[in-house]
Design a protein. Structure first.
Length: 112
């Protein structure tokens, strides 16, 4: 019956036309989802190949790629000079962790 409706050899009523319309709409969305899935996979594969090239360059030359230089500048290590400074940093991070009830990551320390 469905093939006869799609073929157009049989005259039908409104419900037959609605069935054909719903099937067509469903097919369009399925095709769009397939296209979106394929393009997403392609972009992820391209990103993996670019990351592999950066890793190979790092291994070959032993230098950090230029794309990562700006990211490493934000993380500066501060030398903790004495035990009092270490205690102050630990107490501050523990207090903040208890305040927000989540994990805490220490980004920087500034001596006053």
């Amino acid at each position: 019956m469905l093939y006869a409706i799609l073929d157009g050899s049989e005259t039908g009523n409104f419900s037959d036309g609605a069935l054909v319309t719903l099937i067509s709409i469903l097919m369009v969305f399925v095709i769009l989802l397939i296209i979106i899935g394929i393009t997403t996979l392609i972009f992820k594969l391209i990103g993996l190949f670019e990351m592999k090239e950066e890793i190979d360059e790092f291994k070959k030359h032993g230098t950090v790629p230029e794309s990562l230089i700006g990211q490493t500048d934000t993380l500066k290590n501060t030398k903790i000079l004495d035990d009092d400074m270490m205690v102050a940093v630990l107490i501050a991070s523990i207090d903040y962790q208890e305040e927000i009830k989540k994990d805490v990551k220490l980004v920087s320390v500034k001596e006053l």
